[in-house]
Design a protein around this ligand. Structure first.
Ligand code: 6GU
Length: 226
């Protein structure tokens, strides 16, 4: 998979993809991530990428020209399956969206900034508009990092069997059961006995029951999908 991220703040995306599972996915050549500075494509003599909105007092808007240039530059080299725009008024990102996007070949993510992009960019280039939740971020970069992290770990071969995404929270519309490691007794704080009895069937039943109880308590909305 290839992911191209378009941003006016490339520095903000320097480190998120250089650690842990995303780093390993890059090393295994299961994903390539490229960060493009929209400013580099501006033909304005001051390299501007934004301008005043036509409606008074609406704040700054990202202009068409540099964004069109970078998208056309990328599209002249390969086809893209999705051109995604990060924006608080997009459809809410969830595990289903992450699963879907992890099956794509090439995607572009355009990070929104200021009061957003000129609507004509959305009309003519964008295939999907995504928000990561009902709150406002200063820009789409951190949202893009969140999305990329959750997508990349789902690409086949990225996770080992042991860390398989199949056991993640949400993957089966249930939250995760509690987990424990050694020691079995820490200053009197004990691991549930059942986990120590070696009976795999009982342990699996316990995990399932715990996951169900936690989901019922914290996220009953998820159980409606069952
Ligand atoms: Cl994708 N962008 C911004 N600016 N704010 C957000 C968001 C995205 N998702 C939630 N809040």
């Amino acid at each position: 998979m290839r992911i191209d991220i378009l941003t006016v703040l490339p520095e903000l995306l320097e480190s998120p993809f250089n650690y842990s599972i995303v780093k390993r996915a890059k090393q295994k050549e299961l994903v390539e991530i490229f960060i493009h500075n929209i400013r580099d494509f501006s033909t304005d003599k001051h390299k501007r990428t934004d301008d005043y909105a036509f409606s008074k007092g609406a704040g700054m808007i990202m202009t068409i020209q540099p964004i069109e240039s970078v998208i056309e530059h990328l599209r002249s080299q390969r086809d893209y399956d999705e051109i995604i725009y990060t924006t608080p008024d997009g459809e809410t990102f969830n595990q289903r969206t992450a699963n879907e996007l992890s099956t794509k070949g090439n995607i572009i993510i355009l990070c929104g900034h200021y009061k957003g992009v000129d609507q004509r960019i959305r009309d003519h280039f964008i295939t999907k508009e995504i928000s990561i939740g009902d709150y406002v971020l200063s820009g789409g970069e951190i949202a893009a990092a969140v999305m990329v992290d959750s997508i990349v770990r789902l690409i086949p071969g990225v996770l080992s069997d042991e860390t398989s995404a199949l056991t993640d929270s949400f993957q089966d519309d249930l939250l995760s059961h509690p987990v424990y490691t050694r020691p079995a007794d820490y200053k009197g704080w004990k691991v549930p006995d059942i986990l120590l009895n070696g009976n795999d069937k009982q342990i699996d039943d316990w995990k399932e029951e715990q996951a169900y109880e936690i989901t019922k308590k914290r996220r009953p909305d998820l159980l409606k999908n069952k």
